[in-house]
Design a protein around this ligand. Structure first.
Ligand code: FES
Ligand SMILES: [Fe+2]
Length: 367
């Protein structure tokens, strides 16, 4: 058997430090993707959805952390809980719907039925089993925590708490003047991108491409003067609004109180973006669907006094930028697969955010 792309590059630390990227094979080989699901997505905190989508007891939605299906729900006492969404009988995935409301969870295979607390309430025929103790077959919990309106889950029950990963980020977001509790989701969009999740993340982490690839965005934001600051598990890009963008009408124009764009990436697949202008927040979740496929899920939240017209304009503005980004990411995936590209070379004054991210990937896969 040929060695996997991980074994072929036994020590990348030096070249990553020097500004070289992860090898192309790390973006294209099934074995690497399988390892990422086990080493990264099965053990990290991931944004799964918004608290506002679960107002009532029994409300639920499902999420997939790599290969780990998770159901997130509000229990009868009003507490948010997350469970591994796998039946304890014979391992069927349990809740198949994306979201809904139910007061108990019944498996579609043999009708084992669990309460919203995860305990097994009924299993047809179990009375005839002399040594059957339902308490041994509660749903397995996953970790759940919230930050303002955001629900995060982690399939790994031994992982360190969410607060350790977020570090100073909540304080930094608060310092922008945006009050998270005032925000409500107004709209969103989804994109299927024929590229590895790391290409989509790499693309998010620099604005070196903005003047070339995003003329609309670059007419609003001063893309030549952005900075990327690295923290342990997140990084933040900030960029000032162009003076001309404040006066201009038409397209998406900047008229609100926030002057600087604030774009945070949180390990492994979440970003949180505050655009200059009236109180807004857009969330991007990059969900790996296959070694060369990613679903990007965007939610747009606003303070209540933002008009529907402004929400629609904002959505159209982001949609344009994302369509441009999807073309870029898909072309990189084709280049990575060509067999004629091994490691890229970053411009570290502009692309240091990629090195920060790729170090985290490297550490997770080889540590
Ligand atoms: S696998 Fe769920 S009841 Fe049998
Ligand atoms: Fe972009």
């Amino acid at each position: 058997m040929t060695a996997s792309a991980i074994e072929r590059y036994p020590d990348l630390s030096g070249s990553l430090e020097a500004g070289y990227t992860l090898p192309a094979a790390w973006y294209t080989e099934e074995a690497v993707f399988a390892l990422e699901k086990r080493r990264i997505f099965a053990h990290t905190w991931q944004f799964a959805g918004l608290v506002e989508t679960l107002p009532h007891p029994g409300d639920f939605f499902t999420y997939r952390a790599g290969d780990v299906p998770i159901v997130i729900l509000r229990d009868a006492e009003g507490k948010l809980r997350a469970f591994i969404n796998v039946c304890r009988h014979r391992g069927s995935e349990l809740v198949l719907e994306e979201h809904g409301c139910k007061q108990s969870i019944q498996c579609h295979y043999h009708a084992w039925t669990y309460g919203l607390d995860g305990r097994l309430r009924a299993a047809p025929g179990s009375k005839a089993e002399p040594n059957f103790d339902p308490d041994e077959f509660s749903l397995m919990p996953a970790q759940l925590d919230t930050w303002g309106p955001f629900i995060f889950v982690n399939p790994d029950r031994d992982a360190p708490p969410l607060a350790e990963i977020l570090g100073d980020l909540p304080a930094m977001v608060a310092a922008t003047g945006l009050r998270l509790d005032d925000l409500r989701r107004r709209t969103g969009s989804e994109y299927d991108i024929a590229a590895n999740w790391k290409i989509v993340t790499d693309n998010y982490l620099e604005c070196y491409h903005c003047p070339v690839a995003h003329p609309g965005f670059s007419s609003l934001i001063n893309v030549n003067e952005y900075t990327v600051t690295e923290y342990e598990y997140f990084s933040v890009q900030t960029a000032a609004v162009r003076a001309s963008a404040r006066q201009k009408g038409g397209q998406y124009s900047i008229t609100g109180e926030v002057d600087e764009g604030f774009y945070a990436y949180v390990w492994p697949n979440f970003t949180l973006n505050i655009y200059p202008g009236p109180g807004n927040l857009s969330l991007n979740l990059f969900l790996p669907q296959g070694v060369g496929r990613t679903r990007a899920v965007f939610d747009y939240l606003f303070v209540p006094d933002v008009t529907d017209g402004d929400v629609a304009e904002f959505g159209a503005f982001i949609d344009q930028v994302q369509r441009e980004d999807s073309v870029l990411c898909e072309s990189v995936q084709r280049g990575m697969r060509s067999g004629h590209f091994e490691q890229g070379r970053l411009m570290l004054s502009r692309e240091n955010g990629l090195r920060h991210f790729q170090r985290l990937v490297h550490r997770a896969l080889t540590g």
